[in-house]
Design a binder for this molecule. Structure first.
Ligand SMILES: [Zn+2]
Length: 347
């Protein structure tokens, strides 16, 4: 029987379902008494009796690091937080060695949103928005929260792209779909439908909260995905109706998780998964960690400037006459004076 999971190296096939079952990890299930470190983690699970696998991903400190640095208005910060947790969720479900990028672009107030996740768990993100257009879309001064179903209003007509850049040996994969549907999860569902993936359900929530006089961001995503028959351990004679019923049950249980539960810092992820799925043979796998980290460096900027050529740097010069290159992700500025440029361009 052929496997439907695709090879991550092939450019024409999506790698987003390529993860095979990992060996069970040491996660306690049912949950232990003391809550484990749950934030900035992916918690993969498998529902053996339903032939479904999934993950609960929760981001906290890594979001704070990105969003505080940029000082985005709420209606930009929440879509960014949701996009980052979606990217972390998809990245944690595929086998790759390199960078997974999720990009939303459109003609709305948020023109561009980019977030990427390396295979060792470094996450980063940024967004570009027009404050005037944002105020016009939201009313008032544009400082209100993004409305539910914000995609058409804030992104307009545009597209969602997933890219996997791996080491030189393998090709780049890119999947692109138009922005369709009111929520980011709807747009992701469109991708999974159009790319002939396995049936996939995703629920995404994000919220800014006040605690101990400080603002904290939390975002969570729950994803369930029908497993290829082989992985489900039920190789022969699967009743299609039963399989459809099993899938529906998994989606209904996933959707029954409330925003409050998903974002509750006092509720361990293992407890939430136990509540949702304990009747369905849930097994947990080893957690994967994420951390906020940018990959920019002076060396990379050197390489980029060399590729441009010295005579074409005029547009990059700031008021001081320095060539100034700012990283969009982390706002680090790399400045080059004439002496630096002499050194850079000497052959
Ligand atoms: Zn950077």
């Amino acid at each position: 029987m052929p496997r439907r999971a695709s090879s991550p190296g092939a450019s024409h096939e999506s790698p987003l379902v390529s993860e095979q079952s990992a060996a069970p990890g040491s996660a306690d299930f049912p949950p232990a008494d003391s809550p484990p470190a749950d934030w900035d983690r992916a918690l993969p699970f498998q529902l053996d009796t339903l032939g479904v696998r999934g993950r609960l991903v929760r981001l906290g400190p890594s979001l704070d690091a990105v969003i505080e640095r940029h000082g985005y208005p709420l209606a930009v910060a929440r879509p960014l937080a949701e996009a980052m947790v979606l990217a972390a969720t998809l990245a944690s479900s595929l086998k790759y060695d390199g960078v997974f990028t999720l990009q939303l672009s459109g003609d709305g107030p948020i023109r561009l949103l980019v977030t990427d996740v390396t295979s060792d768990g470094a996450v980063r993100g940024y967004a570009q928005h027009d404050q005037g257009a944002l105020a016009a879309a939201l009313g008032g001064d544009g400082e209100a929260d993004a409305p539910d179903g914000y995609v058409p209003k804030l992104f307009g007509a545009g597209r969602l792209a997933f890219t996997v850049d791996q080491s030189q040996r393998t090709q780049r994969y890119q999947g692109i779909v138009p922005l369709e549907g009111p929520t980011l999860a709807d747009c992701a569902h469109t991708y999974f439908r159009q790319s002939e993936q396995l049936p996939t359900g995703i629920k995404i929530v994000a919220r800014r909260e006040q605690a101990e006089g400080r603002t904290h961001w939390r975002a969570a995503a729950l994803m369930v995905q029908q497993m290829p028959e082989l992985d489900a351990g039920r190789i022969h004679h699967i009743d299609p109706d039963q399989r459809e019923d099993d899938w529906r049950r998994a989606v209904i249980l996933m959707a029954s998780a409330t925003e409050r539960e998903m974002l509750d810092p006092a509720l361990p992820g293992t407890t939430l998964l136990y509540r949702l799925f304990h009747e369905d043979g849930a097994r947990l796998f080893e957690r994967r960690a994420f951390q906020s980290r940018c990959r920019c460096s002076r060396q990379r900027v050197d390489t980029m400037l060399r590729s441009i050529g010295r005579t074409e740097l005029a547009t990059l010069r700031d008021v001081r006459g320095l060539v100034a290159v700012k990283c969009e992700f982390c706002s680090t500025s790399y400045d080059y004076g004439e002496t630096d440029l002499d050194w850079l361009y000497k052959s």
